[in-house]
Ligand binder design. Structure first.
Ligand code: FES
Length: 100
């Protein structure tokens, strides 16, 4: 096997989710983070206080840098949550709870 050649993955049909209302194409088996990356989005949260941009850091569910709101549930780790057809993903500010 040549590591420089594609692995030959054959995912199922693509489907649509939204990020802040914008349609994004995702594939079965992707995490929310993978779907956002594929769409060219690398930051989807801002920190409390300073409002600095954040996205994936560890990619394994440890650092909590990738928090995002999925289907009105804030603080979901985008690197762990499987993306599902029709998901409404929203960028998250601060704690993810409005007014905080
Ligand atoms: S990137 Fe570290 S928890 Fe998701």
């Amino acid at each position: 096997m040549n590591p420089l050649e594609p692995a030959g993955a054959e995912p199922g049909p693509a489907f649509t989710v939204t990020l802040d209302g914008r349609a994004i194409t995702a594939l079965p088996g992707q995490t929310v983070a993978a779907a956002l990356w594929t769409a060219g989005v690398i930051s989807w949260r801002t920190t409390r206080g300073s409002g600095r941009p954040r996205g994936v850091l560890c990619g394994i569910g440890v650092c909590f840098e990738c928090l995002v709101t999925v289907n009105d549930r804030p603080n979901q780790r985008a690197c762990l949550v499987p993306v599902r057809p029709g998901d409404a993903i929203r960028t998250q500010e601060g704690t993810g709870h409005d007014g905080c």
